[in-house]
Ligand binder design. Structure first.
Ligand SMILES: Cc1cc2nc3c(=O)[nH]c(=O)nc-3n(C[C@H](O)[C@H](O)[C@H](O)COP(=O)(O)OP(=O)(O)OC[C@H]3O[C@@H](n4cnc5c(N)ncnc54)[C@H](O)[C@@H]3O)c2cc1C
Ligand code: SF4
Length: 330
């Protein structure tokens, strides 16, 4: 591992100033559960770590007018167990609990979870080319082992998926991220934070260098009390999503769908908001046939790779089962 210096930031502004003043490549450090692995592998080589895991942004607070503000330094386990998140945003609590292991969730922060890097095996192996690490070097996954990679939104340069379960849940909760940067604060909605690879897979998000996530805001969302996260993974103990579904469903008294928000995980480089499925479902009866038609509408855009064609029927089936169960729980 390359040698590095370490400082502990005392506040968000101080962290951003330290980044701006750095004369060597710097990175923020949350719980370190992803970044230190990447440093050991030689994928990330910061010469200065600015520890933001102890910032005062480590609380979950009610917002004036409703909703919650989750500080970026809040640990994943604390967010998952928070009584208001469990009651009002169960999809988020479930997604957090479905991620990693208990020990990792105790370390991992909300900010770091959002910005963790893809688990594409080639990305993590510096002996292999990878356009995400070095643009122009190539993408061996396109013709290689792509069993767990993207079926939607990928480009000729990169077919990686985003690993965060939490981000998929946030995509159906109208969540907004607040970031502090050299020019002050700005807000970014999710979806909107993560980007698809396009012509530049090196950039996972729309964040500019030195921007620090300080909080995630959840609006008051009464419908979200009926929400769910379902994840298919290779083993039950801890494993990244092969396919996952986050859904919020609002029915009227006649079991017609008044509103719904659906996102897929494990299928793209960003949480995939299923807008075609949502469109197909608004105003129709909550039946398995309609859920199946909506899933087909969404997945007609899928472009599976050589080894991951199974993800298309898997995503369809998980989507239909999840929505059916959610409707029946009404
Ligand atoms: C064995 C294993 C299994 C896992 N399984 C899952 C899983 O199933 N689902 C899942 O979702 N995750 C899983 N994870 C990933 C885990 O959730 C992430 O490693 C964790 O959430 C990252 O948070 P962190 O605070 O440790 O981030 P760090 O490792 O500290 O940082 C990650 C990135 O975020 C940046 N960063 C950190 N905080 C900020 C901030 N406030 N502002 C700007 N940049 C910041 C860092 O510079 C770095 O680039 C797994 C991890 C392991 C090791
Ligand atoms: S899929 Fe993306 S991350 Fe994986 S090898 Fe290709 S360019 Fe790299």
């Amino acid at each position: 591992m390359k040698q590095f210096s370490y400082i502990r930031a005392t506040g968000a502004r101080a962290a951003v100033r330290a980044y701006a003043a750095a004369t060597v490549p710097a990175m923020y450090l949350g719980g370190g559960t992803n970044l230190t692995d990447l440093m050991r592998l030689g994928v990330a080589e910061p010469e200065l770590l600015i520890d933001v895991s102890g910032l005062p942004d480590d609380q979950i607070l009610g917002r004036r007018g409703g909703g919650l503000r989750i500080g970026a330094a809040v640990r994943n386990s604390d967010a998952a167990a928070h009584p208001l998140i469990r009651r009002d945003y169960p999809v988020l609590s479930q997604a957090l609990l479905d991620g990693a292991s208990g020990q990792l969730r105790n370390m991992a922060t909300i900010g770091g979870n959002l910005l963790q890097r893809t688990r594409c095996a080639y990305f993590q192996d510096v002996t292999k080319p990878c356009n995400k690490r070095e643009l122009g070097s190539g993408c061996p996954a396109i013709t290689g082992d792509n069993r767990y990679l993207a079926i939607l939104g990928h480009s000729d340069l990169c077919v990686a998926t985003h690993p965060s379960d939490m981000a998929v849940a946030l995509a159906v909760l109208n969540a907004v991220v607040t970031v502090e940067g050299p020019g002050g604060q700005r807000t970014i909605p999710i979806p909107g934070l993560h980007r698809l690879p396009g012509a530049d897979p090196t950039r996972d998000t729309v964040l500019q260098p030195g921007e620090l996530i300080v909080a995630v805001d959840l609006p008051a969302l009464p419908d979200a009390a009926r929400s769910v996260y379902r994840k298919v993974r290779r083993r039950a103990s801890f494993s990244f999503a092969v396919v996952s579904v986050a859904a919020v469903l609002k029915l009227d008294g006649n079991s017609q769908i008044r509103d719904c928000r659906i996102a897929l995980g494990g299928v793209a480089a960003a949480p995939w908001r299923a807008t075609q499925a949502e469109l197909a479902l608004r105003g129709v009866p909550a039946t398995e046939a309609n859920f199946a038609a909506a899933a087909e509408a969404e997945l007609s855009a899928a472009r599976p790779l050589g080894e991951n064609g199974y993800k298309v029927p898997l995503a369809r089936d998980v989507l239909v089962r999840t929505l059916t169960d959610l409707a029946e729980a009404a």
